[in-house]
Structure formats: structure tokens, C-alpha cells
Design a protein around this ligand. Structure first.
Ligand code: GTP
Ligand code: MG
Length: 235
């Protein structure tokens, strides 16, 4: 059988017949350990961001006697999704490449009560002097064509490890309960489905998104009316 040699940028892989064998197990083990370490670092970055958000929520809940944040969720991107995204971007699949290329390995989702809470929380977070704002996408003022609404921030946050301080990138998505309701269902409906009447479904989903957005605006106005008509000590 032909013993074809192939040197890729990420290490040596022997191709024997239709099987790819990693020639250097040390290389593989090393990459695995580095990957594990990097994921641990992203996990720590998530903890730091969550703590900052929880502190803001605690402070604001005392001041306003209501919680601007309903709940916070987080996730680390799965290895398969990481590999697929690198491949799609034409990048080599390696641990260094993950850090250089991807901004959404660590993701935090903040669900707020009202639309104005989103901007308040976002500006309070990025104003903190250890946080760097890398990118902001405002899909609330400029919703996506399908109706998706959310405020996306890519931030860098320092994490202190035993021998180094490392700036870690985290994607923070901030939206209202209503925006989250739409995004979750839209994701569920679309995920892995090949839709024949695509145009009609897209139009319906967009209509739902617009109704939901209008309701968000009304809820905010109701809250403001209540606030204006309530004595400070009662509210
Ligand atoms: P990705 O390759 O998806 O990360 O796109 P991007 O790098 O241009 O980022 P963008 O800020 O547009 O979107 C990032 C994330 O926002 C996605 O991974 C989803 O979690 C969410 N998102 C964006 N668009 C939609 C949408 O149309 N529907 C839903 N349900 N979620 C969306
Ligand atoms: Mg992204």
C-alpha cells in the first residue's frame, strides 16, 4: 500500500490508504492539553463577566427596587463548532488559530426586563476601566432583515492566572425577554430544517418580531407611566 506523506501546517499526518494517522502522538497530546487549557481560560473569562453583571444588577436593584437583569446564561462553543467555523473562515485548525480568529468561543447572554436596561447595562459594563470594547453591533436600532434584535458586544476582559494576566475575548449578547423569546423560537424553527416555503415563513417570522418589538416599546412606556404616577417611597 502506498505510504503517502502529507505535511500540514498543524503537524504531521500520515495518510495510509484512506486513513489519516497522526504520526506524532506527542503533537496531538500537546494540542489537546493546550485546547483544554484555553477552554478553561474562556470559562474563567465568563465567570469574570458574569460577576460584573451580577454586581451591577445587585446595585441597580437596590437603587431602582427592581432587577434590570432577568437572568444571565453562558456557553462555551463546542469543539466541533469551533473547528467548523475555523474551516469556514479558511483558517488552520489549531489552538493558536482559535484565539486569533474567533471572538465567540466564550458567550454570555444577558436578558433584561426593558429595552432601556439593555443600553444602561451595556454602557456600565464597557465603562469599567479593565474592560476593552472590541466591537459593538446594535441589532436593536438596526434589526437584521429577518427581524432579529439584540445588542452584541465583543469585549476583552483580563483574567489573572498563577503566572500571567491574560486578556480574553467574550461575546456578550444583551436583549429583552421579548427579543429572547423570538430569537430562541426562530433558532429552534430554523435549525437543521430545509424549508420549502422559505419566503412565506421568513415574512411571518419578521411580522412576529415587529409585533414583539412594538410590545417591548409599550411595556417600557407603561413602566414609565407607573413610575411618574407613583410616590418615591411606594415604588
Ligand atoms: P456568526 O458567524 O453567527 O457568529 O455571525 P457574526 O460573527 O457575524 O456575528 P453576529 O453578531 O451577527 O451573530 C452572532 C450570534 O448572534 C449568533 O451566533 C447567534 O447566537 C445570534 N444571532 C445572530 N443572528 C441571529 C438570527 O437571525 N437569529 C437568531 N436566533 N440568532 C441570531
Ligand atoms: Mg460571531
Amino acid at each position: 500500500m502506498a505510504d503517502l506523506e502529507q505535511n500540514t501546517e498543524v503537524g504531521q499526518i500520515s495518510v495510509i490508504g484512506d486513513k489519516e494517522l497522526i504520526k506524532n502522538p506527542e503533537f496531538f497530546i500537546n494540542q489537546t492539553l493546550q485546547f483544554q487549557e484555553l477552554m478553561m481560560m474562556y470559562d474563567c473569562a465568563i465567570k469574570e463577566v458574569k460577576t460584573k453583571l451580577e454586581v451591577l444588577n445587585a446595585e441597580l436593584s437596590v437603587r431602582y427596587k427592581r432587577n434590570p437583569i432577568e437572568f444571565i446564561s453562558s456557553r462555551i462553543k463546542k469543539p466541533v463548532s469551533i473547528a467548523k467555523k475555523l474551516q469556514k473562515k479558511g483558517k488552520i485548525i489549531s489552538v493558536d488559530s482559535i484565539e486569533e480568529t474567533l471572538s465567540d468561543v466564550a458567550g454570555v447572554r444577558v436578558i433584561c426586563s426593558f429595552v432601556d436596561d439593555i443600553y444602561e447595562i451595556a454602557s456600565m459594563l464597557v465603562r469599567q476601566d479593565d474592560i476593552a470594547l472590541v466591537e459593538q453591533k446594535d441589532y436593536i436600532n438596526e434589526p437584521k432583515l429577518n427581524g432579529y434584535r439584540s445588542l452584541h458586544l465583543i469585549i476583552e476582559i483580563p483574567v489573572f492566572f498563577s503566572d500571567q494576566k491574560k486578556m480574553m475575548r467574550v461575546e456578550v449578547q444583551i436583549r429583552t425577554i421579548a427579543m429572547d423569546f423570538w430569537a430562541s423560537l426562530e433558532h429552534q424553527l430554523r435549525y437543521k430544517h430545509v424549508i420549502n416555503n422559505e419566503e412565506e415563513i421568513t415574512k411571518e417570522l419578521k411580522e412576529c418580531a415587529d409585533i414583539i418589538a412594538a410590545t417591548d416599546v409599550r411595556m417600557l412606556s407603561i413602566r414609565n407611566k407607573i413610575q411618574e404616577n407613583t410616590n418615591e417611597e411606594d415604588f
